[in-house]
Structures are given as C-alpha cells and as structure tokens.
Design a protein around this ligand. Structure first.
Ligand code: PGA
Length: 269
C-alpha cells in the first residue's frame, strides 16, 4: 500500500557510535518534533549493536531498521549477523543493497539472497537500487531494470508489499558538494520504475509499491525532492545524524507545497 505519510529513513551508517549519545539524541529528536512525529513514518537505522538497546528503551515509540543482514541463514560464517538474530532482537525492517555494501562486495546475487532471507524472516525490506553514473546511451536505465527484476522475480508475489524501493543514484550519495538529483529527473525515474513494475508485475504492484529517494538530501532540497519528485519518502544519510537537521527536514516535508499552489490557482476546469 502506498504510504499515506512521508517515509523518513535516517541511515546513521557508522556514525553515532556511542549508545548513550544515540539514546539522548533520539529523545531530543522526539521532543523537538512533538506532534509532527506522527505526521511521518520515521525509521531510524543505527549501528547493529544499538538496535536492541534502543528498542528496549523506546519500545513502541520507535521504528528501527538494520542497515544490512547476512546472506547466510546460519552455520559456519564467523562474524555474520543473520536475519534471524536481528529479528530475535525485536527488529523487523532492514536496508538491503546499499551502495556502500555493494562497494564492499555485495553483488546483485548476494543482494537477492539477502532479500530472500529477510522476507523469509518476515522483515520489511528497503531495497536500494541506483546507477553509478548516467551515460548518454542511457544504459543506466537497464541497470535499474535488472536490479529490480532480479529481486522481484525471486520473491513471492504476496510479499511485494513488504518491499520499499529506495532509488539512490550512487553519484548523489555522500556527495561532498551535496549534489543531489533534481526533482524533475527524479520524477522521470519514478515513472520509469513504476513502468517496469507495471509491465512485469501488473497494475496493482506498480501503483502500490513505495518508492523513496536517497542521496545528498538536505534541509534545503528535501521538500522539493519529496513532493516534486513524487516519491513516498526519503532515505537520509549525513543530514540525519544531527538532531536539528533531521527535525528541520521533517518540518519542511510535512508541508506539501503543491497544496498551497492548488489554493492559489484553484482547480478550475
Ligand atoms: P547521504 O547518504 O544522504 O549522506 O548522501 C544517503 C545514503 O547513503 O543512503
């Protein structure tokens, strides 16, 4: 189902590493957001070891996500963090296929395995896809198509609703100059992704899959990207590590600029 509220995923990556500080930060975040907290679907993705402690402390008031899970279910795989162990710590959402994990060696095959593993353990999956660069021959569109189809073709149809697609063009992630996508190009990409879903899995899947955007989202660009890019939410890295910045992003995006435009121009036929 298309989310009625903007989805905000705060990807803390390997930042906020001290548990007590994270706990404090989230307490302050909730306090500063006040009632606005309920106007978004906020999901925080801290480091693995903080997941269980934060869940125990904030209980139902918090939604948490793991940043990854193992491709292996169990067995002799030293150092791996399995889906079942994350689930057992009270977490049921996971980011899979993040470009920083792909850079460390996660192939598309591994990504598919991880998604299958997550779905088997009843997780909600935030599936990251995105091209490294845009070429004039638009080969990058094929990359996006392959990234979607290789996963969806291996997952039971009834589980599609548990997958949120996070479109994250790699050139925009962690960009030093915060160069993000412009909302017009993002909207075109969203239409393209929905077309792939429509042609392969039908109208229902195309209309009901949540698509979010990530890559150098900031306080300044968040509102435009969300509403004019026609995405259901944002996956925010660096700009989510600081309480004020995250609060300001959320306060900006709960206002739909298109609504006020409608008021100005009316809806005359
Ligand atoms: P960024 O990261 O917002 O710092 O660019 C986004 C992401 O990695 O998902």
């Amino acid at each position: 189902m298309i989310s009625q509220k903007p989805i905000v995923v705060a990807n803390w990556k390997a930042s906020n590493n001290i548990y007590k500080e994270s706990e404090k930060k989230i307490g302050l975040l909730f306090k500063n957001l006040g009632k606005d907290k309920s106007k978004v679907d906020l999901i925080i993705a801290p480091t693995f070891l903080q997941l269980h402690r934060l869940k125990t402390f904030f209980k139902k008031t918090i939604n948490l996500s793991a940043q990854d899970i193992s491709e292996f279910e169990d067995g002799s795989h030293t150092g791996e963090i399995t889906a079942l162990s994350v689930k057992d710590s009270g977490i049921d959402c996971v980011i899979i296929g993040h470009s920083e994990k792909r850079e460390q060696g996660d192939t598309q095959e591994v990504v598919v395995k991880k998604v299958k593993n997550a779905i088997k353990n009843n997780f909600k999956v935030i599936l990251c896809i995105g091209e490294k660069e845009r070429d004039d021959n638009i080969k990058y569109l094929k990359i996006i198509e392959d990234q979607i189809i290789s996963v969806f073709s291996k997952v039971d149809k009834n589980q599609y609703e548990n997958i949120t697609i996070a479109y994250e063009p790699i050139w925009a992630i962690n960009n030093k100059n915060n160069i993000s996508i412009d909302s017009h190009s993002l909207h075109s990409m969203v239409i393209y992704i929905r077309k792939i879903l429509l042609e392969n899995y039908g109208d229902n899947v195309s209309k009901n899959t949540n698509i979010i955007y990530g890559g150098s989202v900031t306080v300044e660009n968040a509102q435009d990207i969300l509403w004019n890019g026609e995405v259901q939410g944002l996956l925010i890295g660096r700009a989510s590590w600081d309480v004020d910045s995250l609060v300001n992003i959320i306060k900006n995006i709960i206002i739909n600029p298109k609504k006020s435009l409608l008021k100005v121009y009316g809806n005359k036929k």
